[in-house]
Write a protein that binds this ligand. Structure first.
Ligand code: APR
Length: 265
């Protein structure tokens, strides 16, 4: 199943564009749906790979990709990490990544556009988003579980099924947050600092909003009486909370808003 190809209702697009035009600081919370149009599968909802199906190993994917299973049976976790990386390989940013990156670079119309992404595919960074918090990390950054070895790779082509450190021979892993692990402290600190500075418009784009730290910015904006927009073809945990819903794909919605704002310079 793919996202609806229908364009978003023009009156709603106009309203969202007016909010963007008037905002000084915008936060865009993004999830797997933003990368769907780059050909990447989502985890849940439209095109989701997690939807109730156990892995070949007879456990839920969330368990296979968890900290406890990585410690107990790293070969299982690595098997699915390799599959996820394989699904991302060769993917390039789509219109949604490009527009958010351009808004953040051009400072036109708003002064500052931040992206808080759960995606580990690195595509917001490839597109050039200037103010980016990758709260779940990036698959392309590897680190040793024992020594201080770190590397950045384009893909996992050269990795063995259970890759080890070239320095000390211990197990390596990507710098991503596995289920039941804590969030990276640097990213969390940056997020809290930016939330403390405040945003005057919050978008939630292509995420099923499973986690409190993903819902929190929307709730905060709501409590402060600030506008919130959700872009998602399906209803989610925050749909009833937002001021405006654009029920379509991230690319179509952001292209429509961007057109009203005058598009690329
Ligand atoms: N445009 C916008 N949204 C879309 C599109 C699209 N083209 N296609 C699908 N969606 C929506 C789905 O309807 C769904 O609500 O994107 C959402 C994707 O939700 P999830 O798959 O749950 O992804 P996400 O919210 O990023 O998951 C959060 O959970 O599995 C963990 O760590 C993983 O970072 C991930 C986190």
């Amino acid at each position: 199943m793919t996202a609806s190809p229908l364009p978003p209702p023009p009156a709603l697009v106009e309203r969202a564009a007016a909010w963007v035009a008037g905002a000084r600081r915008i936060l865009c919370v993004t999830g797997a749906g933003v990368s769907a149009e780059s050909g990447l599968p989502t985890y849940r909802g439209v095109g989701g790979i997690y939807d109730g199906v156990d892995t070949d190993d007879g456990i839920a994917i969330e368990e296979a990709l968890s900290g406890p299973v990585f410690r107990r049976a790293p070969e299982t976790t690595w098997k699915y990490l390799l599959q996820i990386e394989r699904a991302c390989r060769g993917a390039t940013p789509n219109a949604a990544h490009e527009i958010l990156a351009r808004w953040s670079r051009d400072a036109r119309p708003p002064a500052e556009v931040w992206v808080l992404s759960q995606n580990v595919d690195g595509l917001h960074s490839v597109a050039g988003s200037r103010h980016l918090i990758e709260i779940h990390g990036d698959l392309h950054r590897l680190r040793c579980t024992t020594c201080d070895w770190r590397d950045r790779v384009d893909d996992y082509e050269a990795l063995s099924p259970l890759p080890t450190c070239p320095n000390c021979g211990a197990l390596i892993r990507p710098e991503v947050v596995l289920f039941e692990e804590t969030l990276p402290s640097t990213a969390t600190r940056r997020l809290h600092a930016q939330l403390a500075l405040g945003f005057d418009l919050v978008f939630s784009i292509g995420t099923s909003s499973q986690f409190p730290y993903i819902v929190q910015p929307v709730v905060m904006a709501k409590h402060q009486g600030l506008p919130t927009v959700e872009i998602n073809p399906r209803e989610t945990a925050i749909s009833a909370l937002v001021d405006l819903r654009l029920p379509c794909s991230a690319g179509l919605a952001l292209e429509a808003i961007d057109r009203v704002l005058g598009g690329a310079p």
